[in-house]
Design a protein around this ligand. Structure first.
Ligand code: 5GP
Ligand code: MN
Length: 337
């Protein structure tokens, strides 16, 4: 395999001389971020390295079945422990994000670290200035797919546990092979993961088919009472305030996938979900069809980014203001008004 041979060589060389590795997924981590982080964690632990996974914030319950997930350090809860680990780290491994601001409050600790930095990611426009080794490929389905390729190139064979993490990440980022999954190579990788003995049914049950009653009711409420279609008929919006989320006992991960539903309505080209995670901090999730680039829109109006058809961003302020900005800009931005 010639893919990233220089980068992989440099990373491998570093690994032979250094021991303490800190792995960092992005803020509000999803299956691809935690899956790739724990796949690396499992594989490197098996090789005798000292490994810590530090998540910028809470890991969704639907991912906590992964082997070693109980060892993940939550930066928002154990900031001092995490900072000490980062300061001591010899290698930092950044997974599933393309720039340091995606790590939220960890930015300063990571910026100050003297460690050798490796980034493995599949988002467009990676910030190459913040890392020593960049392994970035926007053509792959997920960071987990890229991780598998890199591991194989390094002679690191993922065991059953690591393979289950990788499989989960591939499934979440492709919407269970609905999108970004037309490359036959991906199916060869999945075949290898199955050969490693993964419990595929368990992964699907844990990640996609485990709901609390309150999460089910939140989904019903969002689709029945809060789904709005703008005048062009091409844009849908669901907005959920902090009060509404609290009423349905919101937990991280509970709105995962919600933004995808309206995209299946006839005529809808862009779907948005606006949630008030904390008072004064609003998160936007965007999905689109075909060549409509919601990452560019998100960057312009919501300090965000992401992939062409799946992007997100933030707004500091009131949710009603964020909704107003969205409604006033989205149709004209895409030329539908
Ligand atoms: P989600 O809507 O699932 O939270 O995020 C979809 C994609 O949008 C993510 O994979 C990530 O690439 C991107 N994204 C989400 N939130 C942000 C953000 O605040 N900033 C940036 N730059 N990208 C984001
Ligand atoms: Mn990803």
């Amino acid at each position: 395999m010639t893919l990233f041979s220089n980068e992989i060589f440099t990373f491998s060389q570093k690994l032979t001389h250094h021991n303490h590795i800190v792995i960092v997924p992005h803020k509000d981590p999803d299956g691809d971020a935690i899956g790739s982080a724990l796949a690396w964690c499992n594989v490197l632990l098996a090789k005798g390295f000292a490994v810590d996974v530090i998540s910028p914030n809470e890991v969704p319950g639907s991912l906590r079945w992964m082997n070693q997930s109980e060892t993940i350090i939550d930066f928002t809860k154990s900031g001092e422990v995490a900072k000490a680990k980062i300061a001591k780290a010899e290698i930092l491994l950044f997974l599933d994000f393309n720039s340091l601001p995606r790590t939220g409050k960890m930015v300063d600790a990571l910026t100050n670290s003297q460690a050798f930095r490796v980034m493995i990611d599949h988002h467009p426009f990676p910030d190459e200035n913040v890392v020593n080794v960049l392994i970035s490929d926007t053509a792959v389905s997920s960071t987990c797919e890229l991780t598998y390729k890199v591991m194989v190139a390094m002679g690191l064979v993922p065991d059953k546990h690591a393979s289950e993490c990788l499989y989960a990440g591939i499934m979440t980022d492709t919407g269970m092979l609905n999108h970004n999954s037309s490359n036959p190579e991906l199916y060869h990788i999945i075949a290898h993961l199955l050969e490693a003995g993964i419990d595929k049914e368990m992964v699907h049950r844990e990640v996609f088919h485990s709901n609390s009653l309150s999460r089910m009711r939140l989904l019903g409420h969002a689709l029945c009472n809060e789904l709005d279609v703008l005048t062009s008929g091409k844009v849908s919006l669901i907005a959920l305030s902090a009060e509404e989320l609290a009423k349905f006992s919101y937990k991280p991960g509970d709105t995962e996938g919600l933004v995808n539903y309206p995209l299946s309505i006839d005529g809808i080209e862009v779907s948005a979900l606006i949630t008030e995670k904390d008072k004064g901090l609003v998160k936007i999730s965007l999905r689109s069809r075909g060549d409509i680039s919601v990452n560019k829109y998100s960057e312009k109006y919501f300090s965000g980014g992401g992939h062409r058809n799946a992007a997100g961003g933030e707004y500091k302020g009131d949710i009603s203001k964020a909704v107003e900005i969205f409604k006033q800009t989205v149709e004209s931005y895409f030329g539908w008004k």
